[in-house]
Design a protein around this ligand. Structure first.
Ligand code: ATP
Ligand code: MG
Length: 311
């Protein structure tokens, strides 16, 4: 084969891999890219005909096992990073899902960042600053428990927060949301093109189920610490949050950084669904342990001979 054919072959393979790795994992919960997502049609309950609790637990266990191996390869391959973004209303189960799905993963290869209201230092920078500093390195899994999306969710529900953000005046909220969606799309596209796989999960809990979980937090003394009066205040703004979520998901679900709106009223189903999407995405990537050439192998064997104790 002539060398240029060899390169052509390589280039074709690379193109094929690129297409593969930007192809979103199919799921009934994938948020379409054409702006047609509607919160009112999004399911908060699993399908009636689906697996039972035990079935979901088994499925999660299988995925965790696969994820353990895939993460080892992600780390050894050292070309891609995986960024998992979790957004949800309070008590939807972000923390528990992160804990369950990552339970088999080597802590050295994985990092969780929880984003709260920005500090004074963070407010002195643009909203992506703190996010950019928290992105996973190649080979690692980064988990965002809340994220840059708060800037078009909680802040959109409370536009008065913009006042405290030291932005140039005059403030034009409409223009700000538009420019934030644009910025988010552009950043995520850039991360994806640079090798970071971006998966975003909206854990979609119903208002009724959230109410039940808040009551449980009050009734169970061991869960009291999780209850916050502020969460009840935010709950009163439910409809506004749903408008903000619908807008954000439509504006930013793209093939290179898709959103999945996962039903969250049933925790076992939600965890199994999230884990399955992550596993199938990593399986697309063709992650490999670095190959050893014949020369490197020969050098290793020579070292082996040196190290072997004499009889
Ligand atoms: P949990 O309650 O399960 O511990 P949490 O994610 O709700 O977890 P909290 O400390 O209760 O954590 O809440 C963090 C708060 O910070 C949320 O109300 C969230 O909306 C808010 N927040 C995060 N990012 C921003 C932001 N950029 N601007 C304003 N508020 C933000
Ligand atoms: Mg909270």
């Amino acid at each position: 084969m002539r060398p240029e054919n060899g390169f052509q072959h390589l280039a074709l393979n690379a193109a094929k891999l690129l297409v593969m790795s930007t192809k979103p994992v199919a799921s009934p919960y994938l948020v379409p890219f054409d702006g047609s997502f509607r919160v009112k049609d999004a399911k908060t309950q699993p399908p009636k005909s689906g697996r039972d609790k035990d079935g979901n637990k088994k499925s999660l266990k299988k995925s965790i096992k696969k994820l353990t191996e895939l993460q080892r390869r992600l780390y050894a391959d050292d070309r891609h990073a995986l960024l998992l973004v979790f957004q949800a209303m309070d008590a939807a189960g972000k923390d528990g899902t992160i804990r369950a799905v990552m339970s088999g993963v080597d802590p050295a290869g994985c990092q969780v960042f929880s984003f709260k209201a920005p500090s004074a230092e963070e407010r002195d920078h643009d909203f992506m600053w703190r996010v950019y500093r928290s992105l996973p390195e190649r080979g690692r899994i980064g988990i965002f428990n809340r994220s840059h999306y708060e800037e078009v969710l909680v802040v959109r529900v409370h536009p008065e927060f913009l006042e405290g953000q030291q932005l140039p005046r005059p403030l034009d909220p409409k223009a700000i949301w538009k420019s934030r969606y644009e910025a988010i799309r552009a950043f995520e596209k850039h991360w994806a093109a640079s090798g970071t796989v971006v998966l975003k999960f909206w854990l979609n809990v119903s208002e009724q189920e959230q109410g039940k979980r808040f009551l449980d937090r009050i009734d169970e003394p061991e869960a009291n610490w999780k209850f916050s009066a502020r969460d009840v205040e935010e709950r009163k703004l439910w409809d506004k949050y749903m408008v903000a979520y619908e807008k954000a998901l439509n504006e930013t679900s793209r093939p290179e950084a898709p959103w999945y709106a996962v039903p969250a009223d049933d925790k076992a189903f939600m965890r199994a669904t999230v884990a399955d999407i992550i596993v199938r995405k990593l399986e697309q990537l063709d992650l490999r342990y670095p190959e050893v050439t014949a020369e490197e192998r020969a050098a290793l064997l020579a070292r082996r001979a040196e190290l072997t104790p004499e009889e």
